[in-house]
Every structure is written in C-alpha cells, then in structure tokens.
Design a protein around this ligand. Sequence first.
Ligand code: GDP
Length: 429
Amino acid sequence: MKKGKNCVICGINWGDEGKGRMVDLLTDHYDIVVRYQGGGNAGHTVINEKGKFALHLLPSGVFREGVVNVLGNGVALDPENLWKEIGEVREKGVEITPENLRISDRASLLLPWHREQDALEEARLADKKYGSTKQGIAPFYSDKYQKKTVLAGELFHPEELRSHLQDLLEWKNLTLQRVYGAEGWTAERLTEWIEDYGEKIRPFICDTGAFLAEASLSGKRILFEAQLGALRDLDFGIVPFTTSSNTIAAYAPIGAGLPSLSVDEVVGVVKAYSTCVGEGPFVSEMFGPEAEKLREAGAEYGAKTGRPRRVGAIDLVATRYGVQIQGASQIALTKLDVLSYMDTIPVCGAYLVGGAETERFPFPTELAEAKPVLRFIDGWKCDISGCRSWEELPPKAQAYVKLIEDAIGCPITYISVGPERESIIIREK
Ligand code: GDP
C-alpha cells in the first residue's frame, strides 16, 4: 500500500467518518502526528488494546510509543478542556509528556468567554441556530482573525500577558454585557483561570514550526490529522452550517506550522452511508423507523455531545465533491459492516435542483431545496465483520464498493468492517 512521506487523513463528508481509527492504524508508519485545525468540538473514537477513547483535541498518535504528537498553530487551543482530556487518557495508562505532546507557541488560546459567547449566540438565534456544540469555536476563530486572543507562547511572558488580557477583557465585556446582557468577566476570574490552566499546559509549549522543519529535513514522516469533514470547511462547505476553520487537506501545512511543506498523500475517509450532526441541509437524509434502524446499527451518537446523528443513504454527489476539494489520492471506506442488515441499500447518485437532475454539488443557497435521486441495490445480508481480504467480501458487497469508487473517481484502498484496529481490509490497487 502506498504511504506518502507527508500524509493527510481527512473527512470527505460531514465528519464522523471514522478518521480516528484510520489515524490510529496508520500512525505505525509515521513519526509525527499533527492536528492542524479545529478544537474540542468534535471527537475521534479510537479503540485499541488500552481501551476505548473519545479524543477531542489530542492527536490520535498518543497511543503509539515513539510517536511525537503536535498541536499546530491552526488549532483552537482550549487549555481547560485539553487538560481534562489529558487527565482522562492518562487515567487509562497512556503517557502524555512534553516528549510525546508538543503544543505550538503560535496556537491561539480559546478563552472561557468564547464558550460562553457561543452559547449566548445560539440562544439568541433560537430556531435559526447553527447547531454549534457550544465549545466556543466560532467566537474563538472570529477573535483570532480580529487579533483579539492570545498566543500560547505568551504564557512565557506573564507580565505582558497580564496587560494583554486586561485589554481583551475590556473589549470582550462590551459584547457580553451590551449585546447579550450577560454578566461579563472580571480580571480576577480571568487571572485565576489563566494561572491555573496556563501553568498546566506550559511545559508542552514550544516552537513546533522549528521542530517540524528539522524533523522533515531529517527524513521523518509526518501524518496530519483533520477534524470534521470537507463539507464543514469554512470556505468550501455548506455555509453557514460549517465549522469556523479549514478542514481541508490543503490547509494542513499552514495549520501545522510548516507552510512550505508539500503533502504527497491524502487519505480521504468516507462512511459507507451518510451521517450528519446538527443543523444544515442533508439531502440524502432518512427518517422514521428506517433511520432509527440505521442509527442503531451504526451506533450513531455524537462522540462529544451524545446527540443522535442524522443518518441517510450514501451521497455520491456530496462525496465526489468532497474528494475533489480534499484532493484525495486514496479512500478509506468505513463501517461497511453496518449495512449488512439491509435487504436493499439506498444510494443517492444525483440531486433534483430547480426541477433538473444534477450530479454537481450545488451552491449553498440551492442546496436547501435539493432533493435526492435514489436508487436501490441488493444488500449482501450476511456478517462481513470477520472479512480481512477483498476476496472474502461477498460479491454484492464488492459491487457496492466498486459502485462508490466509480462514482467518486478515487481508489478505495481501505475498507473497514468493524471498530477494532484489525477489522480492516487493505486492498492493493
Ligand atoms: P471520526 O471523528 O471521523 O474519527 O469518527 P467518529 O469516531 O466520531 O466515528 C466513528 C465511529 O465508528 C467510532 O465509534 C468508531 O469506533 C466506529 N467505527 C469506525 N470504523 C468502524 C467500522 O468499520 N465498523 C463499525 N461498526 N464501527 C466503526
């Protein structure tokens, strides 16, 4: 199997495709795993010999000995939640040290008022809410672009940091108090928070750009781990129901801290059916008992929030678009085993937009009225979770995989048939 020196693992759809298990599998071949965007607002689920983990901000390479994990400048660094997560992972016997976790000094801090503002804005939007997980991601990124938050490296300069935070506090209280009528923050509360959590994460902070540059020069292999999926990308996704950062592979070198690096492999992760958490257009959505059955079969409940995920037929229109904007060079198709109970499997091959059939992914405004054009293919109706090779898959399952591959124009090289590390078929192409 071709494994590039610098490889991005990213989601092709709405997120929750099973990226965590793919990173967990591929970290074996890499020296460094980097998270380059997003924050603790989503979760990767990884199951391995140490247990079951829901990772939110930590890179999935933390489970492999000798792998260095990096949180790049592009992430939303929430010291409080990161510290909680480190605690949870350590409790299960996983070591997290400044040797195997390095945080970029250029990562901006998600401050506690970002979470508060996120919740206030969702409440104001009421039935027009964006479906935020209320982790503060949107206010964080807008403040970052306004240059109104602090860099992790400022924790090494406490005097300057104190006065910087005082300026930010006065500015943020204008919004919290005057726009939302909230209580606002006091300097004492903020100082207490930063002294507590800042102190805890400071040992992990360093110049990760320099570290990556040196590592790359000396031939180290780097794996970049994206959060969410292509359709949640701030620029190319289903605006405004996107996240507030760039989830696409092209952003990886920038958000990681090595903007000049060229990526030579992009593994796009696609689920064998569709799921979507939160609000926004979801053309191939299924409803009623059919949806309930699929949700149960796939255990489709959010890793972060426990919210039931919306489920639907595989959407080849959205998936082809996702493959294109990610520039995927190969595909991992996950959760194929979940479809084993179906007599016939629905496939959305085109949309109806403005009365005409199209295979083109529409502009966000048009997406709201798009209807799915469905066809049904025969199910294989047997347990495939023990299959470990392409040949062992029943012909009808092979036909389903090939149909997807042809429609999206990218080779499917990994097929997962269960959540465990070894429940995977590696397909030589
Ligand atoms: P991520 O954020 O893209 O990593 O996705 P999530 O972790 O939110 O969702 C993937 C979920 O599906 C996790 O609970 C995995 O353990 C599970 N999973 C991953 N691959 C498979 C598979 O092939 N079969 C089954 N049944 N479950 C899988």
